[in-house]
Each structure stands twice: as C-alpha cells, then as structure tokens.
Design a protein around this ligand. Sequence first.
Ligand code: U5P
Length: 223
Amino acid sequence: MRIVIKVGGSAIAPSLEARRFRGYAEVIKSLAKDHTVLVVVGGGTPAREYINVSKELKASNALRDLIGIGVSRLNARLLISAMDDAAYPEPPHDYQEANLAMYSGKIVIMGGVQPGQTTDAVAAILAEYVHADLLIRTTSVDGVYTADPRVDKDARKIDRMTPQELLELVTKMEMTAGANNIFDMLGAQIIKRSRIPMIVVNGHEPKNIIDAVNGKPIGTLIK
Ligand code: U5P
C-alpha cells in the first residue's frame, strides 16, 4: 500500500525529546519494508510556543502560520535525523517535490507548506496527490471524540464515521495559528472528495500505526 502518515505534533513533540522521534522512526522504518510511506509532521508544543510569542509581538496571522511551518519543518528534520539513511534527506517544500522525492525510494518526511492551513491539510492533499491507499493521523487521544475529551467528561469516542460527519464536526471549530483541532477543515474537505480512508489513532504509542495498517480495530476509521 501507499500510506501517508500525519504525525501529530502533540504526539511527537509535546516536548522535544529524542526518544519520541526514535520511537516513530522505528515504526516508520518497519512499515516501509512492506509499504511506500510518506510522513507529514506537525509543529507540536515548540510551534505553539513560537506562535504565542509572535502573537505577543503582533505578528500577522499569516506570519504566525509561516513560523508554524518553519517549526514543523524542523520537527521533520529531527525525524529525518532519527531514520539513519532510510529517509529522503530534505523535507520537500511542496507536493510536487514530495512526489518526486517518493520516486527516490526513500521515505519522504515533510512539514507544512503554506499559510492558512495546518499539516492535516498537507497530509490530506499529499495523500490525494500521490493516490495514497490510506491516511493515518496520529494524535494525543484515542481517536475522534464528540467533544474534546481533555475538557469535556461527556466526550464519547467515535469508532467509525463518514467524511461528511468529520467535516460537520470540524466546521464547528475555530481556525487560528497553532490551533489544536481534530483535523483541519480543508483537510476534511479533501478527505471527502478524494475518498481516501483515514484512521485516527493515539500517537503516544507509535505502534498503533502498525495495528491500524494491519486492519485491527483501533482509533477512529473515517470512510
Ligand atoms: N501551518 C501552516 N500551513 C501548513 C502547515 C502548518 O500555516 O501547511 C502553521 C499553522 O499555523 C499550524 C502550525 O497551526 O503551522 C503548526 O502546524 P500543525 O501542527 O498545527 O499542523
């Protein structure tokens, strides 16, 4: 299969620690033995820190987004560092570059590309562009919930939903630089039109990605 993995910043970089990048690198390398794997990495806590300071300094939203993109690319470089020679050495700047890099046979690892979206949209558009069979999104909770489980004790995990239901859920959320949402709206729209199945899993345990690829009932399936 051709698989795009969106590694949530909240899963790989809640703080910057080598062990988390190592954990992801092991799982990604093992998946790449049987599959073509492309990875998009989010910004995590470091991006939120930079974005908060830039907000205090009165940076525009677009500039804050560019700062977020810069940090996601740094996280991509950290993951590349953990991959020995298995990864393409540079995070591509756009989808075309990523597509070409994929044909090198190396694992492509990238961050954000342009203001006004998050790395969720990057992962969805990349998945569409390269005709991926599956998109996996790792996050800091066990899947998609009816509300944020960290603040709402009545939040219920959804095992399976349609792309239209995902779109309706995310349309209610606000979009600001560094926002921590289930999936961004543009990404949800792309998922809907391209009909690529997506599985949202808890990324604190990167092995969940392997279970999801192997069809085990885990996280939330959006199909
Ligand atoms: N970002 C963009 N465009 C992208 C990817 C990321 O503007 O293509 C910015 C957003 O401000 C986002 C932040 O909130 O970088 C960190 O990315 P993420 O972890 O939210 O995906």
